[in-house]
Design a protein around this ligand. Structure first.
Ligand code: HEC
Length: 97
């Protein structure tokens, strides 16, 4: 019984700390569309069709301020709390759109 409780507590912790790529992309869909085909706020190039490498580079660039156009201030807070692992997962997901 005690073992079972420990296992479910561990699962709970994992569930909170490891977000799936779908969960990570959810807040992005509002602007970029559920499949990345929208021009976010009428300015961003569609994400669909871009390679995983390009997406990851751009997301890291928004995070450290080295990439972006006139509206980069919109993207900076979107990526501020993403880890490198999160960015890799997101880039992988987006490259499949
Ligand atoms: C509030 C609307 C909004 C949300 C939410 C949002 N974005 Fe953006 N995104 C934009 C805008 C606007 C730009 C263009 C910014 C600029 O001028 O560089 C952009 C640009 C991008 C680009 C660069 C596209 C290119 O080729 O230059 C990527 C990649 C991107 N967003 C991914 C994401 C991801 C991943 C998320 C979720 C974590 C997200 N965005 C959430 C509005 C949004």
């Amino acid at each position: 019984m005690k073992k079972l409780m420990m296992a479910s507590a561990a699962a709970l912790v994992l569930g909170v700390s490891v977000a799936s790529a779908d969960d990570l992309y959810k807040p992005c869909a509002a602007c970029h569309g559920p499949d990345g085909k929208m021009k976010a706020m009428n300015v961003a190039p569609p994400l669909a069709g871009q390679s995983k490498e390009d997406i990851a580079k751009k997301l890291k660039g928004y995070k450290d301020g080295s990439y972006g156009g006139a509206m980069k201030a919109v993207m900076a807070p979107q990526v501020a709390n993403l880890s490198d692992a999160d960015i890799e997962k997101l880039a992988e997901q987006i490259s499949k759109f």
